[in-house]
Design a protein around this ligand. Structure first.
Ligand SMILES: Nc1nc2c(ncn2[C@@H]2O[C@H](COP(=O)(O)OP(=O)(O)OP(=O)(O)O)[C@@H](O)[C@H]2O)c(=O)[nH]1
Length: 417
């Protein structure tokens, strides 16, 4: 596992940072209290060090020599300092530090540690810069790479759309206003026909003197705006803030769409997504099967072994279904009932698949209070696109109750009469 290097000579500050690292850092800490110790730790662990929090002034390195050292070793460096006047800050950014933090108590150390976590996550974030100025393209790319983002570039709107189509995982764009072929407004307007603000963040950029540009950019669909020339700190704050917002929205979406107990998708997510699959199958005239699964005698599991064991059984069955049916849409519909949408499968294929799943669950007893208990489920399958999605689920449900009536631990489809 990668590590965070912390260089701090004050015992008290070191102790607070250690606490913050243990509580909230994605990495384990390596700690040094002098330049000499830093050298020996870096020599031994260089390949494992992801980033460093470095005190600007140490007894054996009073003028920031340790910062030059960690930077020369290629380690992303965040400076801890008690004296960040404008001049010091500018010099630090010119040297290539990622950020600086004034030593002002626990909050500032939390900020520094969270910033390292942010850098870690940035490695998975793809950013597209669109600017016809080679110098700005280079400058912004350099900053974004310093923050460990994956960077793509385009020099006009037409090229930008092409890059975006080829790389659909891009979630952040930085778009200049004044460009040939298609200006920034037109590009943003075009993109907003397809990408929501909550899926693709666009930060507008302009060097024009017009004070109204920022509002115009935002009214055309940009999330935020930066006026050239900007300083590194302002750029960093805007970019990080927007990326964090996007992540928070994604996290909220996950919470809305997932069932709390099993972490399977919930009923709302199922209907939102199954409807599109159903329509696609209908328009392409391809098969579309649904299944309703219900655990047998689940009440007796609760009654005999208690609710917590019932919960464990639900999680256990969910995991098996999830592992086995990853390519299909699967959700906990409520209680001990699950829905599955299987585009591309005929009734026979879907019945065979669900029956195989039934065998796996039935042959995987789980331990409850020291006793091995076999869990089974019954299922109904339906595949008839002349019915609506709701009706198809109702028929699958009716088939499920036939399976229950026929003795349970059984799968019944449209043809099994
Ligand atoms: N532990 C636990 N139990 C739940 C949860 N949701 C629903 N249940 C229980 O699931 C049981 C479902 O019971 P019934 O609808 O009678 O069905 P069954 O006992 O499975 O019987 P058949 O479906 O006829 O085989 C009820 O006792 C619910 O309280 C849950 O999240 N956790």
């Amino acid at each position: 596992m990668k590590k965070i290097l912390v260089v701090e000579d004050s015992h008290t500050v070191g102790k607070v940072i250690r606490h913050v690292v243990n509580a909230s850092c994605d990495f384990n800490g390596l700690y040094a209290s002098s330049f000499a110790e830093t050298r020996s730790i870096v020599t031994e662990h260089k390949a494992d060090i992801f980033a460093a929090l470095v005190d600007l002034s140490l007894p054996d390195a009073p003028d920031g020599e340790v910062v030059d050292y960690t930077l020369s070793e290629g380690i992303p460096t965040i400076v801890l300092t008690g004296r960040a006047d404008d001049d010091t800050r500018e010099k630090l950014f010119k040297k290539g530090v990622v950020d600086y933090v004034n030593k002002e108590g626990r909050y500032s150390y939390s900020y520094a540690v969270n910033f390292v976590n942010r850098l870690h996550r940035n490695q998975n974030v793809k950013v597209l810069i669109v600017d016809d100025s080679p110098s700005y393209l280079k400058f912004i790319s350099g900053l974004l790479r310093l923050y460990l983002f994956q960077v793509y570039t385009a020099t006009d709107g037409v090229e930008a759309i092409k890059v975006l189509v080829e790389n659909p995982e891009i979630t952040l764009m930085i778009v200049d206003f004044n460009m040939p072929k298609m200006d920034g407004f037109e590009l943003v307007r075009t993109l907003r026909n397809k990408y929501e603000k909550t899926d693709l963040v666009i930060i507008g950029l302009s060097g024009e003197g017009d004070e109204t540009l920022s509002a115009k950019f935002i009214k055309n669909g940009a999330n935020d705006f930066l006026r050239k020339p900007f300083n590194q700190e302002e750029f960093q704050c805007r970019v990080m803030h927007n990326v964090e917002s996007l992540e928070q929205i994604a996290a909220i979406r996950e919470l809305i769409n997932r069932d709390f107990l099993t972490n399977a998708y919930n009923r709302r997510y199922f209907f939102q997504n199954a409807a599109g699959m159903y329509e696609k199958a209908k328009s392409e005239d391809t098969p579309f099967a649904v299944a309703v699964i219900d655990i047998d005698h689940f009440k007796s599991i609760n009654d005999q072994f208690g609710h917590h064991n019932g919960d464990s059984a639900l999680k256990f069955v969910t995991n098996i279904i999830f592992e086995s049916l990853q390519r299909f849409l699967f959700a906990r519909a409520g209680g001990e009932e699950f829905f599955i949408a299987m585009p591309g499968l005929t009734n026979t294929q879907a019945c065979l698949l669900i029956d195989r799943l039934r065998e796996v669950v039935a042959s995987s007893p789980i331990e409850m209070d020291g006793e091995l208990r076999v869990i089974t489920f019954s299922a109904g399958v339906s595949n008839d696109l002349s019915n609506s999605l709701d009706d198809q689920l109702k028929i699958a449900d009716a088939n499920l109750y036939r399976a229950k009536d026929a003795g349970r631990n059984l799968v019944i489809g449209d043809d099994d009469f």
